[in-house]
Design a protein around this ligand. Sequence first.
Ligand SMILES: *[C@@H]1O[C@H](CO)[C@@H](O)[C@H](O)[C@H]1NC(C)=O
Ligand SMILES: *[C@@H]1O[C@H](CO)[C@@H](O)[C@H](O)[C@H]1NC(C)=O
Ligand SMILES: *[C@@H]1O[C@H](CO)[C@@H](O)[C@H](O)[C@H]1NC(C)=O
Ligand SMILES: *[C@@H]1O[C@H](CO)[C@@H](O)[C@H](O)[C@H]1NC(C)=O
Ligand SMILES: *[C@@H]1O[C@H](CO)[C@@H](O)[C@H](O)[C@H]1NC(C)=O
Ligand SMILES: *[C@@H]1O[C@H](CO)[C@@H](O)[C@H](O)[C@H]1NC(C)=O
Ligand SMILES: *[C@@H]1O[C@H](CO)[C@@H](O)[C@H](O)[C@H]1NC(C)=O
Ligand SMILES: *[C@@H]1O[C@H](CO)[C@@H](O)[C@H](O)[C@H]1NC(C)=O
Length: 764
Amino acid sequence: MATNTLHLQAIALAAVLLICRLSPVTPAASAQQLTGCRDKCGNINVPYPFGIGARCARDEGFQLNCDDSASPPRLLTLQFEQHPQLVSLSLADGEARVLLKPESKCYPPPEERSSDVPTSSYTSINGSTTYRYSPEKNRLVALGCPNLGYIVDGSGNYVSGCMSACRRPSLGNDTVPRLPGRCTGERCCQSIIPPTLNFYVPRMFNFENGTAAVDNELRGGTTPCRYVFLVEHTWINTVYNDTKDFNRSDFEAVPVVLDWAIRNVYNCSAAKRNATDYACRSTNSECFDTIDGQGYRCNCCQGYEGNPYLDGGCTDINECLRPEKYGCYGDCTNMLGSHTCVCPPGTSGNWTDRNGCRPKDNFPLALKVVTGVSVGVFLSVFMCFWLYLGLQKRKLIRTKQKFFEHNGGVILRQQMHSGGGTHGFRIFSTEELKRATHNFASDRVLGRGGHGVVYKGVLEDKTVVAIKKSKMMEEAETKEFAREMFILSQINHRNVVKLLGCCLEVEVPMLVYEFVSNGTLYHYIHGKEPKADIPLDTRLRIAAESAEALSYMHSSASPPILHGDVKTANILLDDKFNAKVSDFGASKLAPTDEAEIATLVQGTCGYLDPEYLMTCQLTDKSDVYSFGVVMLELLTRKKALYLDGPEENRSLVSCFTTAMKVGRHQELLDSQVRNEMSAEMLEEITYLLMRCISMNGEERPTMKEVAERLEMLRRYQQHPWAEAEDNAEEIESLLGREQQNANYQLEQQNVLYLEEGRNYTFSM
Ligand SMILES: *[C@@H]1O[C@H](CO)[C@@H](O)[C@H](O)[C@H]1NC(C)=O
Ligand SMILES: *[C@@H]1O[C@H](CO)[C@@H](O)[C@H](O)[C@H]1NC(C)=O
Ligand SMILES: *[C@@H]1O[C@H](CO)[C@@H](O)[C@H](O)[C@H]1NC(C)=O
Ligand SMILES: *[C@@H]1O[C@H](CO)[C@@H](O)[C@H](O)[C@H]1NC(C)=O
Ligand SMILES: *[C@@H]1O[C@H](CO)[C@@H](O)[C@H](O)[C@H]1NC(C)=O
Ligand SMILES: *[C@@H]1O[C@H](CO)[C@@H](O)[C@H](O)[C@H]1NC(C)=O
Ligand SMILES: *[C@@H]1O[C@H](CO)[C@@H](O)[C@H](O)[C@H]1NC(C)=O
Ligand SMILES: *[C@@H]1O[C@H](CO)[C@@H](O)[C@H](O)[C@H]1NC(C)=O
């Protein structure tokens, strides 16, 4: 049986809880009273179960009256004999505050005392079923001296009390300063009261018939009136002011806090058994037992507010409308009895804080890790690659530096610095030349030879240049290379192809020359589409200019610069067919000692000085020999070696000398030359030619002599009639130059050959 009841109770409780959570309510204006009942008296709300009038209150214990005659209207409870005023009412706390008059006893002064029966009045709750004196909020207070105040319950038993006394005026200074709110025994005492107190009778001990001992200490000072009453503790500790007079019988009413409850059943579980009588009417309400004995009260469930004692009295709280109270500053959704709160989309954080929702970090941790790792990996790969490239580049730079040093770049640079002006000569970088030639593209090739390839290049400043990229270079050459470069760079002659610079960062240095537009002399005279006619004057001029250039090279420096490979392919023609001797890159400084004598024979077949072939010693006369061959080519328009002829006549030189011996050399000359040239001229030029190609180097004239003679012949060819006057001038100027250049030996008689018109024989 007992277990069944328990089960039932449990089920009932569960059902109530379930109802509390889930039952839907129609949210209505939260009414506090039954329909047709006043819910206000003055400024005090009167919620059900209280009611003004018998019909409106739950029972007579909750019945109130409203005295509308007073201003403001006064709410009165009917539970007390004197119908004291009710000044506040709270459903949630289960509290009511009433004003009650204290019990007082006033004695007239002894001399005026006619009777010892004091005036008396007291107030109490007469066995109320609704109210109890709140033990937490009320105190028993006795005022006046001497006063032993106490209260007794309905059956006359002592409940609580305290003793208040005053100092004897004769024994001490009664003017000690008093502090307000002190109720510690002197003139005022207080005591706590037990719970469940709903009735008391105040009492005061009569000191008139006391003993002497009592007289002495306790009856020291007397006050006309003494009081004993219950009062709210905040009143006695803050409002009470003991400088008040203790001679008033009409002591003002004091506030007393009452706990109210539905007390017709013992507890909630008992109350729920009688559904018609159960006070917690609202479906969204819950019942709880009072702590001061019999009774229960009702509350709205969590998330609801209103009056639980009325049907539908508890309504849902829209928490979203009160963010401060419910701590939702995010996106709020109200639900019955609750709400949800989240930070707005795209934000996260503490929505209970006004600025708690912050823009979301859209990067989840996992993604961060993945990103971090991949960035790290990428960076390290990149770093490795970069490092590798850096090392490669360093290696390249080191290689370049090595070549640069090996090729004498340092010395060259020093010489350029110490040797004064650079005359536009500069050291190029590999990249510069690569850019200039489109990375040595094949369409930039100007010519290919045994030594290397010549490219046409355009520098960044739009200068057109010819870049000679040699195939290889002898170890011995590299040693002298820088010095030679330097000397060549100093040369500035209009008939010498200017060396603009070099690039030393490669194994075999590249040379950068000025670009000469009209190709080689070789091409000019032996080209595939040969010029139909080349005037003798042009031929003489080209010869004279070339000779002048070589002569300049031989005489301008010490030791002299030897070309070593004079041939028609090394004489270039510019746009006005001016001759420019090129390829001094392969040239040599005249050896200064035995050890420097070249060990390798250089030059081109057909042009080689036979003496050089035998001695391996290149001299300025070797160039003269080679130049002789060039002159021969110019006059005969035949190649130095023509491989299609009969075996003994393949060399132009031997062919010519053979013809010379039999006096048929004229037949070898180009027909145009034969036509244009006078007999004297032919004689003169043949004489010069034969001297140049003499087997014996010492018999050959110097380059300077050749140059001057050619120049004279050219002038003669141009203006044979002005020869006489010109000659004198010429000689004069030549003599003048001789003084400047002591090395030069002018053979004056040679100048006069023409005038004398002699015939010459040659020893071969
Ligand atoms: C309560 O008051 C009534 C009159 O209102 C009285 O008859 C009754 O004796 C009182 N009860 C007590 C316990 O004082
Ligand atoms: C009481 O104290 C006041 C000032 O403190 C003093 O003037 C007065 O004489 C004292 N009276 C007695 C009886 O000691
Ligand atoms: C005080 O005592 C006297 C006699 O000693 C008596 O007559 C009087 O009634 C007593 N007064 C009270 C209030 O008990
Ligand atoms: C106490 O009462 C006296 C006279 O009524 C007044 O002068 C004094 O200011 C009061 N003290 C306090 C703290 O209320
Ligand atoms: C109360 O005492 C004051 C002086 O302290 C006096 O003026 C007043 O008349 C007294 N009132 C009564 C009813 O004794
Ligand atoms: C409620 O009161 C009844 C007696 O009326 C008692 O048997 C029961 O145990 C009480 N329940 C609680 C929860 O106090
Ligand atoms: C329930 O309460 C009402 C009124 O309070 C009463 O009339 C009725 O007898 C009670 N029912 C039971 C079963 O206690
Ligand atoms: C959220 O903010 C409130 C108010 O600033 C604070 O009391 C609470 O501790 C915070 N909660 C968290 C989880 O930080």
